[in-house]
Design a protein around this ligand. Structure first.
Ligand SMILES: O=C(O)CCC(=O)C(=O)O
Ligand SMILES: [Fe+2]
Length: 547
């Protein structure tokens, strides 16, 4: 990619002709006669004859012209195709304003250091990101590298001889400036994508630009592959054909880690009220939403952005509200009081999804051969695990993905697996976006009206000793439409230990995972950039016979 500056440097010298002549030429249409005149005049100019007639003299100035203005700096940039290949310049205004402030500060600080005096102020400065150039020497005239970007720039009035190496003290000042700028920027990003969009973005800020290899390939065949998930029908699961339904359930959990749940029985009013309340929450002014921002991963309510915003290097294009739903009486008073209908809508929705989850959890235990029949569990109450399920934790997450100016450079949620036992997801019925990894490819899940997308979480993968798979999924964003989804994540109580079920561990299938609990998961999230299935990998004991 060539830069404005490179183009400028390649241009031949421009000869400026007297204003009167230019005016004459512009007012004529280029007839053949006029062309001859133009050619004649050009050849006169080439002979370098100064016109001397009265009409060519510069008129006398009768009033003082305004003081000359400082010319605007020309700054341009180009992409470095090396180890920092994944950075890309996307926002000229952002870059210009960054340099503006950096150069002003830099010049001020250089003066403080006594490195330049105000009369011969050095306006050419080399900014080096830490560690890239240890010798602090200028690698190339008029180039600066900041945070992995190479900037090429001209500073009018600068002196070509003024190209000395920067002192280590100055380099460290420059690095401080870069950090200060990043801090200001990052403060804004932490307010969320919706807040950012309110400022009228045309380009994706670089904070959201994924490394090239992690970007979704929207324009390829891969990006267009749609997938119909296996369907599990609750009516069939509860009817005489339960055995077949359990087989389909088991197959879906092994091969896809996902299925589509139809005939779920939840009143459409509860679903619509939940969606409406969440939508209204995201429409509240930022000041209202920001009351619920919290770094505490186990807070009863948490409003935030990105995936793990305290750890993410690159942010993703999502805002969320997470509501802990158990025990209801403890958490309810902490939930947002605005919009007014939110609490009631979440109470109803969480109760309905919870009983649906319990129905599914029983079916899962049966499909794994851990209980004989559903009747077994109900009559003998012998299944302690089911008691734990009944007292299990539930988190409702409303995800909001605003429309995105450059959806091919970022993601709504990066590839991840859900931590719990099962997630009951209500995807946006109108705007696709959920992709799952299936047979080594990213495929887009086709929304099915009035149904839930259900997926196996890490805890169920551990509990089933790897038989059921917690599958990677991610979310694409849309250039024209915002998207919303509601996820209900279910697992065991906060203090329970999750371990492979002893009945599923034997010589042929040794224990594959360490015991794990919620506290370990929370600690992990607080100290790592959560990526792909890295939490689950950290709990893995053996790679033997891995699917
Ligand atoms: O928005 C979606 O479709 C998926 C959301 C998701 O994966 C999550 O909340 O964990
Ligand atoms: Fe998820």
């Amino acid at each position: 990619m060539s830069t404005d500056l490179e183009l400028l440097q390649d241009l031949p010298r421009i000869q400026v002709r007297p204003a009167v002549k230019i005016e004459t030429l512009q007012s004529c249409s280029a007839t053949d006669d006029n062309k001859a005149i133009i050619q004649q005049e050009n050849s006169e100019t080439d002979d370098c004859q100064t016109p001397k007639s009265e009409e060519h003299k510069i008129p006398a100035v009768l009033s003082c012209p305004p003081a000359p203005r400082k010319a605007k700096r020309n700054i341009s940039c180009k992409r470095k195709l090396t180890e920092i290949d994944f950075f890309e310049i996307v926002n000229r205004e952002e870059v210009d304003s960054f340099f503006q402030s950096s150069f002003e500060l830099l010049t001020k600080r250089r003066r403080q250091h006594g490195e330049v005096n105000s009369a011969s102020c050095c306006t050419k400065c080399l900014l080096q990101p830490s560690g890239l150039n240890q010798s602090f020497k200028r690698p190339c005239k008029r180039q600066a590298t900041v945070n992995g970007y190479i900037y090429t720039y001209i500073m009018p009035g600068s002196n070509d001889d003024d190209e000395g190496a920067m002192s280590p003290a100055l380099v460290s000042e420059v690095q401080t400036i870069c950090k200060e700028d990043e801090l200001v920027e990052s403060h804004e990003y932490h307010k969320g994508v919706k807040h950012l969009c309110g400022r009228g973005l045309k380009k994706l800020p670089r904070k959201y630009i994924l490394p090239a290899l992690e970007r979704p390939l929207l324009s390829t065949k891969d990006g267009a592959t749609n997938l119909k998930l296996p369907i599990i029908d609750i009516a069939q699961l509860q009817g005489p054909d339960r055995v077949h339904a359990l087989e389909s359930l088991s197959k879906a959990c092994q091969e896809y880690g996902f299925f589509q749940l139809i005939n779920h029985g939840i009143a459409s009013e509860s679903v619509l009220d939940m969606i409406q309340a969440a939508r209204k929450f995201f429409e509240l002014p930022f000041e209202e939403r920001s009351k619920y921002m919290s770094k505490d991963q186990s807070a009863p309510v948490r409003y935030g952005t990105s995936f793990n915003q305290n750890k993410d290097r690159v942010f993703c294009w999502r805002d969320f509200i997470k509501l802990n739903c158990h025990p209801l009486s403890d958490v309810l008073p902490h939930w947002p009081s605005s919009p007014a209908e939110l609490r009631q809508a979440v109470v109803n929705y969480s109760k309905e999804t919870r009983s649906l989850y319990l129905m599914l959890a029983k079916a899962i235990l049966e499909s794994l051969g851990l209980v004989e029949t559903e009747k077994d569990i109900d009559e003998n109450g012998s299944c302690d695990l089911l008691k734990e399920f009944e007292d299990g934790s539930q988190l409702i997450v409303a995800n909001f993905y605003p429309s995105c100016p450059e959806p091919d450079l970022t993601l709504g949620i990066p590839p991840h697996s859900d931590y719990g036992f099962l997630t009951l997801l209500l995807p946006d019925e109108e705007v696709k976006g959920l992709q799952i990894q299936h047979e080594g490819r990213w495929v887009t899940v086709e929304p099915v009206p009035n149904s839930f997308v259900v997926n196996v979480g890490d805890h169920l993968e551990i509990f089933s000793n790897g038989k059921y798979r917690s599958v990677l999924h991610r979310v694409l964003v849309n250039p024209l439409k915002s998207r919303m989804s509601i996820a209900s994540l279910h697992t065991l109580p906060f203090n329970s230990m999750i371990r492979p079920s002893p009945k599923l561990v034997n010589d042929a299938n040794p224990r594959r995972y360490k015991d794990t609990d919620f506290a370990t998961f929370i600690q992990y999230m607080a100290s790592h950039e959560h990526k792909n299935k890295n939490f689950l990998e950290s709990r893995r004991l053996t790679q033997l016979g891995d699917a």
